[in-house]
Design a protein around this ligand. Sequence first.
Ligand code: ATP
Ligand code: MG
Length: 446
Amino acid sequence: MEDDEAQRKLLVAVLQADGWATFEASSGDAAIELLEKGGEIDIVLSDLMMPGMDGRGLLAVVNQRWPEVPFIVMTAFATVDSAVELLHAGAYHYLPKPTKLPELRITVRRALESTQTKRELARLRRKVGLPADVVGVSRQMQQIFETAIRVAPSSTTVLITGETGTGKEVVARAIHGASGRENFVALNCAALPPSLVESELFGFKRGAFTDANRDHAGLVEVADTGTLFLDEVAEVPLATQPKLLRFLQDGEFRRLGDNQSKKSAARVIAATNRDPAEEVAAGRMREDLYYRLNIVHIKIPPLRERPVDIPALAEQLVGRLADRYQLATAALTPEVVAALTAYAWPGNIRELENVLARALALRSGQSITLRDLPPEITRVAPAAAGIGLLEQEPTLPLDEVERRYILRVLESTLGNKLKAAEILGIDRSTLHRKLKQMQGIAALQL
Ligand SMILES: Nc1ncnc2c1ncn2[C@@H]1O[C@H](COP(=O)(O)OP(=O)(O)OP(=O)(O)O)[C@@H](O)[C@H]1O
Ligand SMILES: [Mg+2]
């Protein structure tokens, strides 16, 4: 929306040349009318100063009624304060006037990508009924979510494996959440001395051992008709495993010191960060227990095998951390997102969470920048980023691979073209020419 007609026509011409469908409005009210028509409006580009409802007013309305639509503000009366204020008020981006056209085009493209991702996520979530804070756009995570949702309503045992911090508990809780069962009881088998695992699980009768001066219900009983989450199931001692197996097979168990058996309808979800087949081979897990646990096996891949999940995860985690520590939330610069995406994350999502918590607390400015990240993350070799790229989308056209890879390398050198050209093995003028061809990219002022 722009009240100056010549300006508006120019913007429309530029955007149409890029293939976007555009709608024009000369006032805030006219813009709202267009949005109300329910057309396919994916972003709003608006001037700040206008007669009638100004850009700020329109921003407030759009945020409230069409929250998934990014709002880009353009204004000639740019001050840092007003920019910050607009971003706080929910603007997606802020462009000073006179607007640099390449910058405009990039901003529009990014904003559009962000809406599409948000819409896609919302659609999937509605489909599978997952809580809003469970993130995963990768093919692998989508498959996991589908399995989780399909298996949720039954009483089937589910085994979840994955490296530390990959989200095993998150998936377990998601299955429980979609199961319709009421209580969720968790036992971390690694947190107890082995001798106590059995009595914690199955309970004991008074007099069963020296300190047993009263009857005690185990967690299988407490969980009752709910979900029992057996975390670190590989730590269940060999001596207790036959009892666990029996419980999994027919729901029967005995409290320690009791000669009567009882029943519980608790559904077991088990997790481990070890390889259960290896545990069996090493004689630490009974084979029959392994087969019984392995009926539905969800393997959560490490974060480095699904780098496409990182941007959305990072954004979500920053918001959640800001809430938790009562800090203002912060945007991540594109360079930060690139660095986070290229890093290998041995500690997976938990490590990502810790890095972001630190950045949020220590940042010097409004957004989180490269300076707020630990050196091991900003030092990542760009070659790794290139490999990640092909793993995500193995069937890209060659020039698209080249375009993305050049951008990745540029991001990893923080825009240093000389260094980027060296890494790419081309001379600087070739890089310049390629950047020119890549429409508008040079305007990133990398
Ligand atoms: N899909 C996800 N979306 C959003 N946050 C996630 C997701 N998966 C994991 N997390 C976050 O990452 C952190 C680690 O997750 P979780 O505790 O489930 O991992 P884990 O595999 O059980 O780790 P460990 O092996 O150390 O027990 C948590 O803070 C969790 O909220
Ligand atoms: Mg865990």
